[in-house]
Design a protein around this ligand. Structure first.
Ligand code: MN
Length: 234
């Protein structure tokens, strides 16, 4: 049976509207999953039911996470935050990890996942880490602008079968303290964390880039979704 994949959505408080780019839906479908969009439900009973009925969780990209979730005051470089989305996604990520169900976390998702597991992030790399490469590219979304080095061990190495790949980059935050039980599986050449995974998990993987915008032009970027869906089917 095709696995049912919950995809988290963005929340626009001014319009009281949930949004999601279709890239995520198309990627899950192309990889063999059934995409289902998750609204910002506020009740624990609803979250429990999601964990029960879904085979996998895709934490999508979006705006910044409130640094209060890792005990920091906001720095001037922090962008827009959406409190309800943070609470919903952190709860869901923690419950999926506890249940041992697969998670694929993209961009904001990798940061959210790391925070949910007890790690933290740079609120704004341009001010907190001067000298990094350009990670907020001004180029088409499908276009790879920087290189990442993939660590020898781990799921990314199994998926890509090479030590370096080129990726796109649309972030001004990044994983700092890696959560216990997680390891770094890719870094950009300036040393920033670009991918993490939960070591003991079936498939709990976060990437800082946006593969959902890349596979249409470079098929190898679908591999991450294919592996995710494969684990969700077991
Ligand atoms: Mn980057």
């Amino acid at each position: 049976m095709q696995p049912h994949i919950g995809i988290t959505t963005n929340f626009d408080p001014d319009l009281d509207r949930l949004t999601l780019t279709r890239y995520y839906v198309d990627s899950v479908e192309e990889a063999g999953g059934i995409p289902l969009l998750l609204p910002l439900a506020g009740k624990q009973e609803t979250w429990d039911r999601y964990v029960e009925v879904l085979d996998g969780l895709l934490l999508s990209g979006g705006v910044d996470v409130d640094p209060g979730h890792f005990g920091e005051e906001p720095l001037p470089g922090l962008g827009e935050i959406t409190p309800e989305r943070d609470i919903f996604e952190i709860a869901l990520a923690q419950q999926f990890m506890q249940a041992g169900k697969p998670i694929l976390a993209i961009c904001r998702g990798i940061q959210l996942l790391n925070i949910a597991a007890g790690g933290d992030i740079y609120q704004d790399i341009t001010t907190q880490l001067p000298g990094t490469l350009k990670h907020m590219q001004q180029a088409p979304r499908w276009y790879a602008t920087h290189t990442v080095t993939i660590q020898g061990e781990g799921k990314l190495a199994d998926i890509f079968h090479c030590s370096q790949i080129r990726v796109n980059s649309f972030h001004h935050q990044a994983v700092r303290l890696v959560a216990d039980g997680f390891c770094v599986t890719a870094r950009s050449l300036d040393g920033l964390v670009e991918a993490i995974e939960m070591t003991a998990s079936r498939f709990t993987v976060g990437v800082q880039w946006h593969p959902e915008c890349m596979w249409q032009r470079d098929r190898k970027h679908l591999a991450l979704f294919l592996k995710f869906i494969e684990h969700c089917s077991q």
